[in-house]
Design a protein. Structure first.
Length: 103
């Protein structure tokens, strides 16, 4: 892997552009996004507050959950408790209003 320390490189030699970050930047992104997931309610739209309420009802988190609207019915979920994050990933196959919550 090619390393660059001060800038981001865009490789256009492949079919689609590839962005290569330095190891330092990549590690920072990993640390900042450690307890986040992106979710989408498959085949259904719902109100932000309703979705947040349903998420709290089915996951019953120990810590706080932050829901961030990313547009196009995709949401970023931030877990403040690592056990909540692990439970979400391990128990899987979540449904809300009979629609799958995809990760």
């Amino acid at each position: 892997m090619w390393k660059c320390w001060r800038m981001t490189i865009i490789d256009r030699s492949v079919t689609f552009p590839t962005i290569i970050f330095s190891d330092r930047v990549h590690n920072q992104i990993d640390r900042n996004m450690r307890n986040y997931v992106i979710v989408h309610l498959l085949g259904r739209t719902t109100d932000f507050k309703v979705l947040l309420g349903q998420i709290h009802a089915i996951w019953k988190p120990l810590g706080e959950i932050q829901l961030i609207d990313l547009d196009n019915e995709y949401y970023l979920v931030r877990f403040t408790n690592k056990l909540d994050y692990a439970k979400f990933l391990i128990e899987g196959h979540w449904t809300i209003h009979e629609s799958f919550l995809t990760v």
